[in-house]
Write a protein of this length. Structure first.
Length: 414
């Protein structure tokens, strides 16, 4: 109990101290209210208070997050430059339980064409996977037209094309925080080495990259990425990924259709292989079709998914894109499993006081629907500046059962 009181006291003291010694202050306060009418329930009642402050060449940020149940997270961040070094620091407390949650420090610089990065992080025992701590050293440079990246892991990993960072969830609310450095073990011993060499070109292949990863247990994988492989047809090219582990070999071939620079049509395609012979290509599967066009602040987009068992449209929070369900689950992206088509219109214009107003309407069409044209749901959201420091936001969702969601938000900045 005493330790928890000390943690809370440290948080409060840090906020007060930083405010007193800081230079010019700026920040935002945002409050969100969301209601599901049937059955009536508050699905969100939250508030976020952000204060930015400057001290010398550094900018610090204090982020306080509240929900209906109370004060859940207090975060601190700092970014700045010290000589040739760029520095970033992050610190997160779980105030509702008076626990330290996570911290990370990132230091990067470039000297004589060599990029250097140091990433260190700690995860407390209050979080699944903790306690854990570790650091990563990243070196990158070029020689004779080749780009070389070395990542040495000492109990941690950093986010890149092969590994995710760390996402910390608040179990009671589902809120989450994402960070670059992921501590994996307790004790900063050697845990892995990754080497990537890219920039080769050969024949009809414009870019070749090779990546090898070894852990403290030995060889993990070696991977070859070949991009923009010419097919002999001006409108068709391929990207290939060939990956070897101790037990498996995988080959992913991704076609790219070039329909011209002025086209507004996107085809989502995948290679079809013979299950009896994985190296035999039997065709190209078009699993999605997209259309987009913008003019004078108005943007129109249409998406159609032809294979809903494997692909889906992500929610507006995650870009309203066609994505494989497996990839969405791996990345934690939310998606609509029962809608196969989207028609969207977005309008952006000049509002008062230097701000912009936005209006977005997404209409989704349902699989096996009995309603008119297969309509399933319409999502509408809008943002409007009232003054240079005050914004109002609202959103509603209407489906075949009627109004199922209403949200309202206010954001004040200074």
């Amino acid at each position: 109990m005493i330790n928890k009181i000390l943690v809370v006291a440290a948080v409060v003291l840090s906020i007060v101290s930083l405010t007193l010694v800081a230079g010019p202050l700026s920040g935002t306060w945002e409050a969100n209210l969301a209601i599901d009418p049937s059955p009536f329930a508050f699905t969100e009642l939250s508030s976020t208070f952000v204060v930015n402050y400057t001290l010398g060449g550094f900018t610090g940020t204090s982020t306080s997050e509240f929900v209906l149940s109370g004060f859940i997270w207090q975060g601190f961040g700092v970014t700045g430059t010290l000589g040739a070094f760029d520095i970033q620091g992050d610190l997160l407390f779980g105030v509702s339980t008076a626990d330290f949650i996570y911290d990370q420090v990132i230091v990067t610089t470039s000297i004589a064409g060599i990029e250097f990065g140091f990433y260190a992080a700690q995860l407390s025992k209050a979080v699944l996977g903790g306690p854990a701590d570790g650091f990563v050293v990243r070196l990158a440079g070029s020689t004779q037209g080749l780009d070389i990246v070395s990542i040495s892991e000492f109990g941690a990993r950093i986010e890149d094309e092969d590994f995710h960072g760390i996402t910390i969830y608040h179990a009671a609310t589902g809120l989450h925080k994402h960070y670059t450095t992921n501590p994996l073990v307790h004790g900063q011993c050697f845990t892995g080495q990754k080497i990537t060499v890219s920039g080769w070109s050969f024949g009809c292949v414009n870019d070749i990259a090779a990546t090898m990863y070894m852990s403290q247990d030995g060889f993990e994988f070696i991977k070859f990425d070949l991009t923009e492989i010419e097919s002999g047809l001006p409108w068709l090219a391929f990207d290939l990924e060939l990956k070897f582990t101790l037990q498996t070999k995988s080959l992913v071939l991704t076609p790219t259709l070039n329909l011209g620079e002025t086209t507004c049509i996107d085809l989502y395609t995948a290679i079809v292989t013979d299950p009896a012979s994985p190296v035999s290509i039997s065709g190209i599967n078009v699993y999605g079709l997209g259309f987009s066009y913008s003019w004078n602040g108005v943007s129109i987009k249409s998406l159609s998914v032809f294979k809903t068992s494997c692909y889906a449209i992500t929610t507006p929070e995650y870009g309203s894109l066609i994505e494989s369900i497996a990839e969405a689950l791996e990345n934690g992206h939310e998606y609509y499993s029962n809608y196969w088509e989207l028609f969207s219109i977005e309008v952006v214009g000049d509002g008062c006081c230097g701000g912009n107003y936005t209006f977005l309407a997404n209409t989704y069409f349902q699989c096996d629907s009995t309603s008119l044209f297969g309509w399933g749901m319409t999502h509408i959201e809008a943002s409007m500046p009232i003054s240079s420091n005050l914004f109002l936001n609202g959103e509603i969702e209407i489906d075949t059962d009627g109004l199922n969601h209403f949200g309202f938000a206010v954001r004040v900045s200074w």
